[in-house]
Design a protein around this ligand. Structure first.
Ligand code: SUG
Length: 440
């Protein structure tokens, strides 16, 4: 047992390049939205509004800044690093139009994919361990890990308390999508927990004709090892291939955990009986039957891509997207859930439609980090929000973000300058000077 600890949710601030490019094969919402105009200002405001709700509920709420786009390392790797960004983007689009969107994606907003995080209570050396995800399963997301690592190293800088690892090598055998495939179960946040890693494929397994298996078993096992987790408190669980092929490209689309509760669709895991058997006896599994919520409805509504939180009332709160209330089966299900005497006593609906159209719900936009008071005090920068900083961030979004963005706007030089001005001011608001490559 360690000292008092709380979960801090770090939400990815939606970047000014938020757009719909259909880059994620296997993510039905992204595939469907391809080419539609986006509204970055509304997307960022929706994210901040959700953060405000969470902040008002009591737990500490953090933010993670978006990376610079286009990413200089990515442009270098693509052979255009010697050119001015706007020329580099023009050349890339001439090779393939999708490369423009790939280099300009705002996908880091889904902070659940930033890293896998193990609290100090779980790790052999008593420090918090963070491993940035390599995100090699999609080209656009593979460019996140370099800046994510440097940003996490700035925020979690104290070496006595935090270890920020390198991302795993960028190869399919080590494909890692971070916390979206990782759940932590514990009697309470401050006690040592059981970390459940959910993978889609064994290394070397023959590819399927279905949607990509984004998380490799080897990656999960390597992260668990380097974090110093006890073998008897680590679970490696295979995701159901049926769920992946139905559109659950990450496990957090079909399951969410909080402290001693695991809320999951009955079709989430490949071997449901093995999961039941291996969970500690103190875990309460709320399994939602297909007969009540078909898997397709769960995936379309993002019922499980919710934030499950411990709140002072004692019963847990589920923060779910508006689509849950609008889908008949999930709407009915959550009504029954709160009326039952189970551990989830309240549902709060939030509007994240701009992100949802790219397949990102409430659980995608946040990275959970359980921190003791002294660990939280050791964070660098002004990354924990309060009413004043939320007001300032809203004003910043309104000043700098466009309210409509179309695929072609991404290579406009004025737009690229605008985004750099926005990020420059953000580093002042967050007190993280020289965070971005263009500032160094
Ligand atoms: O990786 N969408 C993201 C959504 C990530 C959701 N995260 C979690 N489930 N934790 C993805 O597929 C779409 C980008 C585009 O098409 O423009 C995208 O990257």
């Amino acid at each position: 047992m360690s000292s008092a600890a709380n979960e801090v949710n770090f939400d990815g601030i939606v970047g000014p390049t938020h757009n719909y490019a259909g880059l994620s094969f296997g993510n039905r919402a992204s595939m469907k939205s391809a080419g539609a105009p986006s509204n970055p200002r509304l997307a960022a405001r929706q994210g901040l509004a959700k953060m405000r709700i969470l902040h008002e509920l009591g737990p500490a709420q953090g933010v993670l800044p978006p990376p610079q786009r286009p990413d200089p390392t990515a442009l270098g790797g693509l052979g255009v690093g010697h050119l001015a960004p706007v020329d580099a983007l023009t050349q890339l689009s001439a090779v393939s139009p999708a490369l423009l969107a790939t280099a300009m994606s705002a996908s880091s907003m889904w902070a659940a994919n930033a890293a896998t995080v193990s609290p100090s209570a779980d790790c052999a050396d008593g420090r918090v361990h963070l491993t940035p995800a390599n995100l090699v399963s999609t080209a656009h997301r593979s460019f996140e890990s370099v800046q994510t690592r440097s940003m996490l190293s700035r925020v979690f800088a104290d070496p006595e308390r935090f270890v920020v690892h390198d991302a795993l090598p960028a190869a399919a055998a080590f494909a890692d999508e971070g916390a979206a495939n990782h759940s932590r179960l514990a009697r309470s946040h401050c006690e040592a927990g059981v970390e459940m890693f959910v993978f889609g494929a064994e290394p070397g397994e023959a590819p399927t004709l279905g949607f990509p298996r984004r998380q490799s078993r080897l990656a999960s096992a390597l992260v668990a090892r380097s974090h110093g987790l006890a073998a008897d408190r680590t679970m490696l669980v295979r995701q159901s291939p049926v769920a992946i092929d139905s559109g659950a490209f990450h496990n957090d689309v079909v399951a969410v955990a909080n402290e001693s509760v695991l809320f999951a669709h009955e079709g989430a895991f490949a071997d449901r009986d093995a999961v039941r058997r291996d969970l500690p006896e103190w875990v309460e599994l709320i399994e939602v039957p297909e007969a009540e919520v078909p898997l397709d409805d769960a995936i379309a509504s993002y019922l499980f891509n919710a934030q499950l939180l411990t709140v002072p009332s004692g019963r847990m709160l589920l923060v779910a997207p508006g689509e849950v209330a609008e889908t008949p089966s999930t709407g009915r299900y959550v009504e029954q859930l709160v009326a039952s005497s189970g551990p989830i006593g309240e549902v709060r609906i939030v509007d994240l439609r701009q992100s949802m159209r790219n397949g990102g719900g409430p659980a995608c936009v946040r990275l959970r980090v359980v921190l003791t008071e002294s660990e939280q005090a050791a964070l660098s920068g002004r990354v924990i929000v309060d009413d004043t900083s939320l007001d300032a961030l809203e004003g910043w979004v309104d000043r700098h973000y466009r309210d409509e963005l179309r695929p072609d706007d991404l290579r406009d030089h004025q737009f690229i300058d605008e985004t750099c001005r926005a990020l420059d001011e953000l580093t002042q608001l967050l007190d993280l000077p020289e965070l971005y490559p263009f500032q160094r």
